[in-house]
Write a protein that binds this ligand. Structure first.
Ligand code: UD1
Length: 419
């Protein structure tokens, strides 16, 4: 099984490029199911979740051609079926994103229920409730969501809870529905905005983009387009924390600083000197140790839950005591016990981790439990004394493009083994 072996203690230094956003490219690839005609998607990151999505689309009969420079052409004009099997959906929850587009364009979809996952129950009730409001007939049987609709009808949907993929699924469905839909309490994450811009590039009519009220006028059909995926703000933030935790200086280019306000504010509070341009961010720690920060996760534009684990690692070696409160998912602290194995001092009290910074972490074998948890273990390994072995790194390959190459570019001693 693949492992990463890290010899920590080197301040990272240098320049890397941010890849395209995982959480934007997955809904956009699902959204290609809405189009009559080929769609070109650019800035596609090299990720296992992207491969899984391409396999899922391929099995439905979608034509996929890999182009040059991280582009792919996707043509879903002629589908063979509208089936998303358990064996693929269970490895990637975001597969649920095919439900809305399939139903809207083909009037039928059979998609496996994603099931539980390491970071909480993560139900899909909001997705189903919204599609039913648009007139879909939905049955959940034998572990599958079986949905049919002659043609979806526009509806006013108030989301009980802010849901990123829930908003995305309903926005895609509404784009081909008859009449106008309004989604209230919609997620405002930049990746939702990117999907909305993509749908409009295909001829959709979505208004209120970037706000919590989306107004979607359904159209008769959507056509192919050429679209560039936005940069990955979570990947960018992870490399900035890598610089901060090791006392280094790193420039991330081809990114978008406007998407990272809450994260950059916390890094400055931790003592980092941050400089930004239109499409780059430089973080300089000037060899200093970070100061502890208090974090509370919440939907965008507040601090992202997908950066919570990385800041737990940062606080573990910071001066002072910091608290990290998780409000989005009910069980997203699996990384804490692993960071403790490296010598961290962390107490869990309900949904808050109280982290007292220690002078040093010491390398040890640790196990990744989910995508962002694996990132936090790598960060901790980069600053720990001696050798840290991170097992089960298939999680990291789902969401980080060439992570060990990028870190090695910055001077980290990191390698992959397959023993
Ligand atoms: C997306 C992101 C993930 C990120 C999360 C929160 C993708 C592919 N994944 O996940 O990286 O951590 O947003 O920013 O974009 N909920 C319900 N019922 C539903 C749907 C959600 O109760 O039908 C709850 C969830 O259990 C959770 C909360 O709502 O507590 C937010 O989840 P949601 O925004 O839906 O997360 P995802 O879209 O799965």
């Amino acid at each position: 099984m693949n492992k990463l072996i890290i010899n920590g203690g080197i301040p990272l230094s240098g320049t890397i490029r941010a890849s395209g956003s995982k959480n934007a490219v997955l809904p956009i690839l699902a959204g290609t199911l809405l189009a009559d005609g080929p769609v070109i998607v650019r800035n596609v990151p090299h990720l296992h979740d992207v491969t899984t999505t391409m396999e899922l689309l391929g099995r439905m009969g979608v034509q996929i051609t890999i182009g040059e420079k991280m582009s792919i052409e996707v043509d879903a004009t002629h589908l063979k079926n509208t089936f998303a099997p358990y064996e693929l959906v269970k490895t990637m929850r975001a597969s649920i994103l095919v439900l809305g587009p399939l139903l809207a364009r083909h009037g039928t979809a059979e998609v496996s229920l994603p099931g539980g996952c390491a970071i909480g129950a993560r139900p899909v009730n909001l997705h189903l409730m919204g599609l039913e409001a648009m007139g879909a007939d939905i049955r959940v049987e034998e572990g599958y969501i079986r949905a049919t609709a002659k043609r979806l009808k526009g509806a006013r949907i108030v989301m009980d809870q802010v849901s990123v993929t829930g908003t995305e699924n309903l926005m895609m469905a509404a784009s081909l529905a008859k009449g106008t839909s309004v989604i209230e309490n919609a997620a405002r994450e930049p990746e939702v905005t990117d999907l909305a811009n993509f749908i409009n590039a295909m001829g959709g009519k979505i208004k209120g983009i970037g706000t919590d009220t989306l107004r979607i006028e359904g159209v008769e059909n959507l056509t192919g387009c050429d679209y560039r995926v936005l940069p990955d703000r979570i990947e960018t933030g992870t490399y900035l924390v890598a610089a901060a935790i090791t006392g280094g200086k790193v420039l991330v280019k081809d990114t978008d600083p406007r998407l990272l306000d809450a994260v950059l504010a916390k890094l400055e509070e931790a003592g980092a000197i941050i400089d930004i341009g239109d499409d780059w961010i430089e973080l300089d720690m000037e060899g200093r140790k970070p100061r502890s920060v208090n974090i509370r996760t919440a939907p965008y534009p507040a601090f992202p839950t997908d950066m919570q684990a990385q800041f737990c690692a940062l606080n573990a070696v910071a001066s002072g005591t910091g608290s990290v409160t998780e409000t989005v998912f009910e069980n997203r602290f699996m990384h804490i016990q692993e960071i403790v194995r490296l010598g961290a001092n962390i107490q869990l009290e309900g949904n808050t981790a109280i982290i007292k910074g220690v002078a040093n972490l010491n390398g040890a074998p640790v196990m990744a439990t989910d995508l962002r948890a694996s990132a936090s273990l790598i960060l901790a390994g980069l600053v720990a004394k001696g050798e840290t072995i991170v097992e089960r790194i298939y999680h990291i390959d789902r969401g980080y493009d060439h992570i060990e190459e990028k870190l090695a570019c910055l001077g980290a001693r990191i390698r992959r083994t397959t023993d």
